[in-house]
Design a protein around this ligand. Structure first.
Ligand code: SF4
Ligand code: SF4
Length: 267
């Protein structure tokens, strides 16, 4: 059974995977695996860009998303025989049987299925099954082959290192065959300064407590007065900043977004 492993920490946002997919599928009819992918409007693999935090504490994350080739796939249930799972785990839409089945687009919680108006077909990533099955110079998915930094891996589940990986949106319950490393977690960051001295404070202790009082993260400000509290859950917290005899307490919430506090005076 095949799996993809995507390392968000390695992805540099070059879109090489997206370009490789387009090159492989636009203008090429790989029936019975898939009809040609339209040149515009479809991204069988899409590199999402997330800008997180607020200036100057900003992180940019590149996040490739493709069909998750789910073992408990809602698209298969909705497809009434037009969508099927292969023995190697890949999920394919049959381009003959799925003609006119626009409702399949809404069946995928990952928004991985696109509508081809001209062909009247729902379409998505095939795992490049035509390359895996056929006698081609490249016998792996093009997105994997095109990724120059090794952010996308593909192979037999039994031979892949899945330790420390996570699935995207486990709450959907679809049992994806795409695993991720480095899925973004929330952060709280800021710069602590002394307003009287007009200087940043180095070595200020920043402690984040959850509402039940447990310590969630601790950091000290660096030579620029900056602190970063990383790998946080989505929750409400109290931030306590101390330096010498000075203390400041702030309420912060990572429920909706990462938090860049900017300059924080400690008087
Ligand atoms: Fe189906 Fe969407 Fe899961 Fe792919 S990600 S198998 S299209 S439900
Ligand atoms: Fe596109 Fe093939 Fe990668 Fe799927 S496996 S995203 S079809 S290049």
């Amino acid at each position: 059974m095949k799996v993809f492993v995507i390392n968000i920490d390695k992805c540099v946002g070059c879109h090489g995977c997206q370009v490789g997919c387009k090159d492989e599928h636009c203008g090429n009819d790989w029936s019975p695996y898939a009809k040609p992918q339209p040149e515009i409007g479809q991204f069988w693999i899409k590199v999402n860009q997330q800008e997180r935090g607020a200036k100057p504490h900003v992180k940019v994350t590149y996040f490739p998303v493709l069909c998750q080739h789910c073992d408990n796939a809602p698209c298969i249930k909705a497809g009434r025989g037009a969508v099927y799972k292969r023995e190697d785990g890949l999920v394919l839409i049959d381009p003959d049987k799925a003609k006119g089945m626009k409702q399949l687009v809404d069946s995928c919680p990952y928004h991985a299925i696109y509508w081809n108006e001209q062909e009247q077909l729902p379409q998505k990533c095939t795992g490049c099954a035509h390359l895996l099955d056929g006698d081609h110079p490249i016998s792996v998915p093009r997105c994997f082959d095109n990724c120059q930094v090794g952010a996308i891996l593909f192979g037999e589940e039994s031979e892949m290192d899945l330790q420390g990986t996570e699935i995207f949106h486990p709450e959907y319950g679809t049992k994806p065959r795409v695993y991720y490393r480095g899925l973004p977690k929330r952060f709280v960051a800021g710069t602590i300064y002394d307003p009287a001295a007009k200087e940043v404070i180095i070595g200020a202790r920043c402690t984040l407590n959850s509402v039940d009082g447990k310590v969630a993260a601790i950091a000290e400000t660096n030579n620029y007065g900056d602190f970063w509290l990383r790998n946080l859950p989505e929750d409400d917290f109290t931030l306590t900043v101390t330096a010498g005899k000075k203390t400041k307490i702030l309420n912060v919430s990572t429920k909706e977004m990462d938090i860049g506090l900017g300059d924080v005076p400690l008087a």
